[in-house]
Design a protein around this ligand. Sequence first.
Ligand code: ADP
Length: 395
Amino acid sequence: MKILVINCGSSSLKFQLIDTVSEALIAKGLCERIGIDGSRLVYTPAGGEKQITEVEMQDHTQAIKQMLEALTGENAGVVKSLDEIGAVGHRIVHGGDKFASSTLITDEVISAIESCNELAPLHNPANLLGIAACQELMPGTPMVAVFDTAFHQTMPEEAYLYGIPYEYYKKYRVRRYGFHGTSHSFVSARTAEVLGEKYEDLKIIVCHLGNGASISAVKNGKCVDTSMGLTPLEGLIMGTRSGDIDPAIVEFLAHKEKLSIDEIMNILNKQSGVLGLSDGFSSDFRDIEDAFEAGNEDCVRALKAFALRVVKYIGAYTAEMGGVDAISFTAGVGENSPILRRMICAYLGIELDEEKNTKRGEDVVISVPGSVSKVLVVPTNEELAIARETLALVK
Ligand code: ADP
């Protein structure tokens, strides 16, 4: 079966068409600047040239129409008709505590996703627009919702509750939810496969380090803790997000700088992380690393703080699980940055095989043989994971 995987944001839409038999990518693309002047479609059939088309897309329905035209187009199309697309898998950011697994999309499911909108006001409404547009243009094609939060729903209460009045949990469901769940699930399961061990027997820590970064503890195949919280702002230091801070800093800065809550939240989400720590140098880890190697003090400071935060979480999760068999690095930075992996493992006292540590794009154990905990690089593939979940539900 061919499955279309859609990740719909407020002004952009990423898609991949995946063959579920070979698990190969058939085509992928991106609609950018939806509803904004200068919108365009970037489309790449597997093995073909990237095509960029400037085309007006006033809303998500128009974007999805453009995407479907590209997929069925005469020149670079990859299917003859839309009937060849067996199902659509939608990435949904927040399922609250309503969804512990992926689900076929029905009217009730849409209402339940809507009820989580206030937990992810930027993301969930956009995800719902993508579903509505697909329903309009591909009526009769089964659709599945795959949630970023679902994998983390196995966390015990003591891991997901905050130390604030319980009343706010009861009234508003204020708790840790966690994100990047599809990636944490895919990478932890793959870690067991690579090690040739049973998933249910292992204690695994997954470090998903990208522009957005999160870490999770997976014990016996179930997530027991994760670093992102009610929102993706908590936890690790990220590209532009602060991660954990003393909550009183919000009040302190509000008074000192005469800032509103919205302005402070903007600073914590968009101007902090390695961008803020490097005194505005860059939020892109490639830039930060290049300058780090050249001895730029701002970037040395930013990268060291980033690494230490990861180390603290690895320590906490090792204690929480009573040990750790494997630590897996994934996502843009986790997969591509030998320097950061080296910095983190140096703290942990784990020796790396430096030749393996510089490999790219493959599953590889990078710790030396006999290491107490194994360290791996496992490339994530969230789209493939969504396609698999979708297939399982529509079969
Ligand atoms: P997100 O999905 O959260 O946007 P990604 O997982 O795509 O993030 O990761 C993006 C980050 O990965 C960027 O900061 C980028 O600089 C970093 N990255 C990509 N390639 C490399 C590399 N070769 N070395 C270091 N960092 C890299």
